[in-house]
Write a protein of this length. Structure first.
Length: 285
């Protein structure tokens, strides 16, 4: 079998795998892995073993697999528009929101590769460096980074911007940054999209602060319960509180009116005794 035939067979096997797996699971997620180190992907696979399966895929193969599903055409179209750059597909029966929160924990600092644009300003900070006088200190001079050598140690005199956001990092700067152990990038997954029980969820909706969400949900529940009690809406959750509030109001009304019952008698007597004492004090005066 030729190399071309092996590749073609590999794509066919991947397509068959995806077509079989998509309908098996409650959730599907597509994550961007462009610039993500292999070790990060491996760590995620190991940590999520038994909970989720991560498979690196070709966009063309995934697109064909999506076309073969029974999903609505508008969902298929929305999914395929998000397939760009390098991606992996994640299958799971857990909530895609909790899965997204776990995937976002896999982050590592990363060096900038040569001839790549930087998404952040790159600054060489002041202080002692691991450099030794030699060719790399020549790069410091060429880049206009002020430094001095003390006892064979190279010190940067002040924080220096070497590459602005959006600019390309040449090989010389990339080598210097690695030697200085400056890794200004974050190697992490990009949440692109998800399907849960057939519902399409764009990636930007997946990054939810679960702790804040739970607090907001609890606060909303408390507010709704208070409103139900105050308005006397007879829902199951509010009924015990409504009955208790009605009992308190009825008791207060009975005492105020002097109505005698097993519940009001002790309070009516106490109120009468208090009134009598107050009147007695007024008579003495």
């Amino acid at each position: 079998m030729t190399l071309y035939q092996r590749r073609r067979e590999g794509k066919k096997q991947l397509l068959d795998y995806l077509v079989g797996e998509i309908p098996k699971h409650r959730g599907l997620m597509v994550i961007g892995i462009t610039g993500v180190e292999t070790s990060v992907v491996q760590s995620a696979r190991k940590a999520l073993k038994g909970k989720a399966t991560i498979r690196v895929v070709k966009n063309t193969v995934l697109s064909k697999a999506i076309d073969k599903t029974s999903l609505p055409e508008e969902v298929k179209s929305a999914l395929k528009t998000r397939l760009s750059a390098e991606n992996a597909v994640v299958f799971s029966d857990d909530s895609v929101f909790s899965l997204a929160a776990e995937l976002l924990r896999f982050k590592r600092n990363a060096y900038i590769k040569p001839n790549r644009s930087t998404p952040v300003d790159v600054i060489v900070p002041a202080g002692v460096t691991p450099l030794q006088p030699g060719p790399l200190t020549d790069s410091l001079t060429a880049l206009g980074i002020p430094f001095e050598v003390k006892k064979n140690l190279v010190y940067i005199k002040k924080d220096t911007l070497v590459v602005k956001k959006g600019e390309r990092v040449n090989a010389r700067i990339a080598e210097l940054l690695r030697a200085l152990d400056i890794a200004p990038l974050t190697s992490s997954f990009e949440l692109k999209l998800a399907l849960e029980d057939g519902l399409y969820i764009p990636g930007e909706k997946l990054n939810v602060d679960l702790s804040s969400f739970i607090r907001d949900l609890s606060s909303a529940h408390t507010s709704a319960l208070t409103l139900s009690v105050n308005l006397g809406i007879p829902v199951a959750e509010a009924m015990p509180l409504i009955v208790a509030q009605a009992a308190r109001n009825a008791l207060a009304l009975g005492v105020e009116a002097g109505y005698l019952s097993a519940e009001t008698l002790p309070l009516v007597l106490l109120r009468g005794i208090s009134a009598a004492k107050a009147l007695s004090e007024l008579v003495k005066v």
